[in-house]
Design a binder for this molecule. Sequence first.
Ligand SMILES: Nc1nc2c(c(=O)[nH]1)N[C@H]1C(S)=C(S)[C@@H](COP(=O)(O)OP(=O)(O)OC[C@H]3O[C@@H](n4cnc5c(=O)[nH]c(N)nc54)[C@H](O)[C@@H]3O)O[C@H]1N2
Ligand SMILES: Nc1nc2c(c(=O)[nH]1)N[C@H]1C(S)=C(S)[C@@H](COP(=O)(O)OP(=O)(O)OC[C@H]3O[C@@H](n4cnc5c(=O)[nH]c(N)nc54)[C@H](O)[C@@H]3O)O[C@H]1N2
Ligand code: SF4
Ligand SMILES: [Mo]
Length: 690
Amino acid sequence: MRTVVGACHHDCPDSCGWIVTVDDTTPTPTAVKLRGHPDHPFSQGELCPKVNRFLDRVYSPDRILTPLRRVGAKGEGRFEPISWDDALAEIATRLHDVIDTHGAEAILPFSDAGNQSTLALMGLSSRFFHHLGASLLDRTICGPTAGAGLAATIGTKLGADPLDVVHSQLVLLWGTNTRLTNRHLWPFIEQARANGARIVVIDPIRTLTAEGLDPSRGDRFVQPLPGTDTAMVLAMMHVLIRDDLVDHDWVAAHTVGFDELAAHVADWTPERAAAITGVDADVITELARDYGTTRPAMIRTLIGAEHHENGAMFFRTLSCLPALTGSWRERGGGYARSVGSWQDQLVDDHAVHRPDLLAGRTPRTINMSRLGEALEGRAEGGPVHALVVWSCNPLVIVPNSESVRRGLARDDLFTVVHEQFLTDTARYADIVLPATTQIEASDVVPAWGHLWMAWNEAAIPPVGESCSNTELFRRLARAMGLTEPSLFDDDDTLLRQAFPTVDLDALRRDGWMRVPFPDDGLPWADGGFPTPSGKVELASDRLERAGHPRLPTFVPPREGPHGDPELVARYPLQLMTPKHHTRFLNSGYSHLPKHGPAEGGPFVELDPADAAARGLSEGDLARVWNDRASLELPVRIGDRLRPGVVVVPYGWWSAHHPDGKVGNSLTNDTLTEWGGGVAFFDTLVEVAPA
Ligand SMILES: Nc1nc2c(c(=O)[nH]1)N[C@H]1C(S)=C(S)[C@@H](COP(=O)(O)OP(=O)(O)OC[C@H]3O[C@@H](n4cnc5c(=O)[nH]c(N)nc54)[C@H](O)[C@@H]3O)O[C@H]1N2
Ligand SMILES: Nc1nc2c(c(=O)[nH]1)N[C@H]1C(S)=C(S)[C@@H](COP(=O)(O)OP(=O)(O)OC[C@H]3O[C@@H](n4cnc5c(=O)[nH]c(N)nc54)[C@H](O)[C@@H]3O)O[C@H]1N2
Ligand code: SF4
Ligand SMILES: [Mo]
């Protein structure tokens, strides 16, 4: 037996360290145990209910172990095993045909962070598709909108270290479900609590995290209607300025636009915001005063609250708060979101992606959230004729899924999917190729919930005939007869190109390293923001020039209760489709026998008043619908929601839904106002007995 140190690859902020025990006495080395690494500085030995049984995934009888060719209709799921040579030959012929007939832009690469390790995420794929001249994919579904909103105010996506929460006296968990989605941060929050900190959760849903609060110790739960927080933050700024809780010295030295902002929020009274958010004016006032008088106070967000038509504006507005109170001066203050951006500074993007391989061509860019539109032939630049998918399950995770499904069902579309399992998307593929899991390929694993980057050492050889993402693109390049040398770089070379300043041998030896971050934990105590003015931009010339409001502004979403009245009349309920299950990581676990069944199944959750008004009782079958789709789901009634808001959890596959659709069949694919994200949670529906 030997042990191998690695790290979790999932699209999760925690990037936990693990140790794999391998039995070398079996015919091929076999992983027999996978446990949290007790010394990992963030995860400290614990994994999670998603990954505790990771070896069941590795050795699942349902895993794809050879290339497959479709023999049934698209979506039906009938395939026959074929050899890698045959699969590659067929793919090469079909891709060359598409290029000859329609041009290379008719090829769409499609992937996301199903494996967020460096090679798996960006290894050779950009080079391969750039060399062909394929359409570019904008990976926008997770994070860019929040990042763009923050950058609008402070000029960068960088922020405070979330672990500095231990120094805080007040922690605002704003639109983040820490105990579900970022569970290893919670012990650090507990540590802050032990030092007297109070916790506020601000979420339209009484989440697992909200349930972890202790009101007797001053914690509180604030429940705005979805998509209305910008109004609440404007009113908080009104109170901070009215009650003179502003750090005038810091504001004078390190911000621009304060007077304009003050005039702008003068009529944003708590009463005005209360009418929009559904939160009492007293609660808003109290929250603002608390934030203005408790030091240090940290604001913590992740991703979920960006999924609104005006998601970037929310993050822009929120990030004005720590500037007004001078909170960036204090460790345990400021604003902590995804810290992956600190590690991004170590990556040589040009060397990885090699935009020079485009050789002067400027292919169109397709936003991943608009996949349905692209596949249905409505994207600018003509229809997509070949789709290559890896590390992603778009049919389940992209909004407006039935549009994606109609596109995938096209007979004249050639689809390749590189996967571990026969996902909903893979069922529509012409060729499915087997992918390795994290314990089968070495890689560098970044983190976006803390500042430790890890080495993942392959513990076992690829299971079956599976191959890693980089090996996939080397094989495809060879099969297509390409000769550009950089398409064949090996993994070691690729990592050294990606991290020119990192001692990868030391990283491999030590297991993890802390990425550069200011030693005193204070990136901007004395200003120096990377905006054109060098200051926090409370009013923004840049955004105004780009056609956005000059000042933080509440704009109600079109598909929301204050939006299009005709739509609201037909569909009066706001649908949230968030991460909900402790055993799921996005769409990646609902199909496994120890995961899906233990979570029950999909449902629609309503507030008792909304249920009663529709004659619905717990367990009834309801129809949930809008113009995009109609789903039948069992009813749950609970006290987690405000009237007017309903929830369908995200992550279940078509086969788990009684009518073969998915939660995202209902969701809004309108892009966010800037940042390129998408408005999953600005979705209106009606619910009635089925
Ligand atoms: N168990 C589990 N963990 C996960 C994942 C998973 O699928 N399962 N997925 C991983 C991924 S990919 C990501 S990006 C992260 C996301 O991590 P988070 O951002 O923490 O999670 P989300 O559930 O996307 O959104 C957080 C909360 O935002 C709330 N929210 C939505 N709209 C609004 C709003 O308008 N205002 C306010 N105040 N709140 C709002 C939602 O109700 C939700 O409770 O989680 C990661 N961790
Ligand atoms: N309604 C709604 N929709 C959402 C969200 C939501 O909150 N609500 N969240 C959005 C967010 S934030 C995100 S990040 C996306 C996530 O959506 P996805 O990117 O689809 O996420 P995952 O389910 O994590 O991973 C997808 C697939 O990657 C495969 N995979 C894992 N490792 C590898 C590998 O090394 N190689 C290959 N080829 N495949 C691999 C897995 O088997 C899995 O099927 O969903 C988005 N969609
Ligand atoms: S999914 Fe997240 S919490 Fe679970 S082991 Fe992986 S990184 Fe840790
Ligand atoms: Mo995500």
